[in-house]
Ligand binder design. Structure first.
Ligand code: NAD
Length: 443
């Protein structure tokens, strides 16, 4: 058994994998700091494994971190400075893989946490990747399309020292989309002098994207929910679902569960949500939003706050927005029988303890939303071989890999008598530790 460490001890020791002081609360442990939460989850999983101390230390720290400050010319002719990050957590099992987030709330600690979770996710899914994440501190809605393109091309150039089809392959995340990936692919290709589609995934299909990629994360969430309902003995036709976040992941997951016969009783975005006890058709909401409407102007449902949505009486709660939504402040009021973590890090370790007590079936993020990186991997493979598969084949491969991972996590829960989050991380961390020792420590 490895001695349990805690993030505060590491920080006091001056080790490089410290949590930023700026992101800590005055009360000590910062439940809202995703990196502190990721480290705490890691320590909990590692406590069940017999790992070498040095391997544990290695996996606690990001491999490398890049911060870039760069100028962008606005449409007015003004020059504005922006800050961006790219963090590689681990390169042990292959090149790094992870999305790029555009949000005014992005911090280095958030990007570190997301990179670490990507490492566990890739290892859990047995993909030949390590974890990475990137972010730019920007509200993309406040920029014009031309400004967003210039920002993206400049950020891509700034991180091009790390990026490449054999070294680091970005993908979309909150605030970015296939168009942003197309600009990154084009910028990188211009610098190389030839097209390099495999440098990013989540691209439009016209330039080497994969069929099924846009829906992959939501499809994977839907698949995990079906398995969890089966284990809980609930028929999909009887299940009610509430969904926080109606972006790429949340809207596709909503459509999937609706198509599978479940009743979507609530959905929300950052500005608020909708509730209707006899069900909302997610497609109608999507169409309403596409025609310039906002969530609150949709007719035929009552409005509901995000906080209320999280504590609704329902069978399944899909958290598909951002981190730290279920915390020690509201976890005891969560009534859902199943929590499907479409988002990364929506539940803090303190909330995990409360949900465990209550018997909530948690489908952890590294499993639940792994459909996205799995089809990103299939996209990368197709780009490298310049040979593309039909969508049926992609979906079949996705379902096979998700089913295998779901089963492995369930078996590990039984073997170690741990939560599903700990089980998923135990599996991933053991695989990475094995890879480290087989490769050996250079030189
Ligand atoms: P997105 O930008 O497309 O959508 C995010 C949604 O969440 C929007 O509806 C937004 O209004 C809402 N939101 C943001 N802050 C909120 C808040 N505080 N309360 C309620 N709603 C809020 O992003 P996405 O790609 O759907 O990603 C959502 C989550 O899923 C993130 O945690 C992301 O890291 C994770 N994820 C995404 C993918 C992917 O393929 N896109 C893959 C794996 C994990």
């Amino acid at each position: 058994m490895t001695q349990e460490t805690n993030p505060e001890t590491i920080e006091n020791s001056g080790a490089p994998c410290a949590v930023s002081n700026s992101a800590k609360s005055s009360t000590g442990r910062s439940e809202n700091n995703p990196y502190a939460n990721a480290l705490m989850q890691f320590d909990r999983a590692v406590a069940h494994l017999d790992l070498k101390r040095g391997v544990v230390d290695m996996l606690r720290c990001p491999k490398r971190e890049l911060t870039v400050n760069f100028p962008v010319m606005l449409d007015t002719g003004q020059i504005q400075m922006f800050r961006g990050y790219r963090v590689h957590h681990s390169v042990v099992r292959g090149p790094t893989k992870g999305g790029i987030r555009y949000s005014s709330d992005v911090t280095l600690d958030e990007v570190r946490a997301l990179a670490m979770w990507m490492t566990w996710k890739c290892a859990l899914m047995n993909l030949p990747y390590g974890g990475a994440k990137g972010g730019v501190v920007v509200n993309p809605k406040q920029l014009s399309n031309r400004e967003l393109e210039r920002l993206t091309r400049r950020y891509a150039t700034e991180i091009s020292v790390l990026m490449g089809p054999e070294s680091d392959i970005p993908a979309p995340d909150v605030g970015t989309n296939p168009q942003v990936m197309a600009w990154i692919m084009d910028t990188y290709s211009m610098h190389r002098g030839f097209s390099v589609p495999a440098v990013v995934t989540g691209k439009p299909v016209e330039i080497g994207g994969s069929l099924g990629r846009t829906e992959a994360t939501g499809r994977g969430v839907g698949f995990c929910i079906i398995e969890a309902l089966r284990m809980r003995g609930i028929s999909p036709g009887d299940a009610t679902v509430a969904i926080q976040g109606f972006g790429n992941v949340g809207s596709v997951a909503a459509r999937m569960v609706h198509e599978m016969g479940m009743r979507v009783i609530a959905i929300s975005c950052s500005t608020g949500g909708l509730y209707r006890s006899d069900g909302i058709d997610p497609l109608k909401v999507t169409r309403h939003l596409e025609h310039g409407g906002c969530m609150t102007t949709f007719e035929g449902a009552d409005s509901i706050s995000n906080e209320e949505l999280l504590t609704l009486d329902c069978d399944v709660l899909i958290a598909a927005a951002v981190e730290n939504q279920i915390t020690s402040f509201n976890a005891d009021r969560v009534k859902a029988k199943i929590l499907a973590e479409g988002a990364n890090g929506p539940t803090t370790p303190e909330a995990d303890d409360i949900l465990k007590e209550k018997g909530t079936f948690v489908i952890p993020d590294v499993l639940c939303n792994a459909g996205g990186v799995t089809v990103s991997y299939l996209e990368w493979v197709q780009d490298l071989q310049s040979f593309f598969w039909p969508v049926d084949e992609i979906n079949r491969k996705l379902q096979y890999l998700m089913a295998k991972a779901f089963e492995s996590v369930s078996e590990t829960v039984q073997q170690y008598m741990v939560s599903s989050r700990e089980a998923a991380q135990i599996l991933a961390i053991q695989r990475i530790s094995d890879a480290i020792l087989i490769r050996g420590i250079y030189p």
